[in-house]
Design a protein. Sequence first.
Length: 248
Amino acid sequence: MQFPSGFALRSPYWQRMLQYVAKYDPSFDAVNYNARAATRKDFTSGKSAQNITSFNTAIGHLGALAKSAEALNNTNWPSYNSLINYFRENTGDPRVDKFKTDAQAVADELERAFRGTGGSVTGIEEWRKRLDAAKSPEQLRAIIKEGVELLRSRIDAVGEQYKRGMGTTADVMQLLTPKARETLELLGNLGKRGRETKPAEPEVSFKPISGYKEPNDEAFKLLRKDPSMAPAFDKMFGPGAAKQVLGE
């Protein structure tokens, strides 16, 4: 509330109140009221409030993208992942579509957040181009973490605006919802758990030789389920590979 002035300040009540306020916030200055009131209004119902909503939404989408990326269960062979995901899309498996939907949702919300805070969307466009369902698990995690860092730069910028307006050193993360803060922390730890410790597998080219070993059962099961995928299988593994798997 606006601090009283003039005659009101002479009353014992407001003189005591000034003492209490000084104990609670030694930096308080009555002339700061207008700036603080304007900042509070902006961050509760103005443009900055909309930006905070975009931040929370983008973090939620990034969390969903991280989960859908893990669900792809990719290998360290991007070309092989490309084949598997092609089969999945054409056999009704929802994982690739879910990944693409989540990736687009993140890109759209990040762009909204950047435009709303005066940031350049060029970095968002470049980030989206590198996000491909065929990437290795390590590559996907690294790219998602880059998206997190892009978003953090905007959160920090808005946070500084809040601190200047309120004259406070409050933690910027407190502007986010508890759920968003939790998700952001988890995303920041991508690459430090689970399969990340698995050594990288070399990129190889499989050839249709007699008795060759199946590198992953899924592609072969999908081919047997839908032999029309044979041209794509041959393109990846070499002419005649599909016939060997199908026993023709």
